[in-house]
Design a protein around this ligand. Structure first.
Ligand code: CA
Length: 126
C-alpha cells in the first residue's frame, strides 16, 4: 500500500511538471504509461495510440504546441476536464478542427487528417 502511495505521488508530480515541460514527464516516471497519467481537470495529448509515449497535460487554451515540443505528434487524447475541447491541425486554432467531448478517451487515428497533425487546442467546440 505504501508503494502505491509513492507511485501515486510520483504520478501527481509528473502530471504537474508536464504542464510546464511536457516531454520529460515520461522520463520522470518511466513506469507510468497510458491514459491514467491524465489527471482530473487536464486535457491530455499522447504521442502514440492508446495513451502511450510522451504526453502533454493542458489546462487552458494552447495556441501552439510547438513550444511544448508536441507539434504534429499526438495520436491519442483524453479529455479529463469535464468540458468540451477542440483540437486543430494548425497553430492559432487554424486548419482542420475536431471537437473532443468531455470525458472522451480515444485515438486520433480514426479521424481523417488528425493523426500526427494537432498543433493547437482549447476549451470549447469547433
Ligand atoms: Ca499541424
Amino acid at each position: 500500500m505504501s508503494k502505491f502511495r509513492t507511485m501515486a505521488a510520483c504520478l501527481s508530480m509528473a502530471a504537474g511538471f508536464a504542464v510546464a515541460a511536457p516531454i520529460p514527464a515520461a522520463v520522470a516516471a518511466p513506469a507510468a504509461t497510458g491514459y491514467n497519467r491524465c489527471g482530473s481537470g487536464q486535457f491530455c495529448l499522447f504521442q502514440h495510440v492508446d495513451g502511450q509515449g510522451g504526453y502533454v497535460a493542458l489546462t487552458g487554451s494552447t495556441p501552439s504546441l510547438v513550444g511544448l515540443n508536441f507539434n504534429d505528434i499526438a495520436s491519442s487524447v483524453r479529455n479529463n476536464t469535464g468540458a468540451t475541447w477542440s483540437v486543430y491541425t494548425d497553430i492559432n486554432y487554424g486548419g482542420r478542427c475536431l471537437t473532443i467531448s468531455h470525458n472522451y478517451t480515444g485515438n486520433l487515428t480514426q479521424y481523417a487528417g488528425m493523426n500526427d497533425s494537432v498543433s493547437s487546442a482549447r476549451p470549447g467546440g469547433c
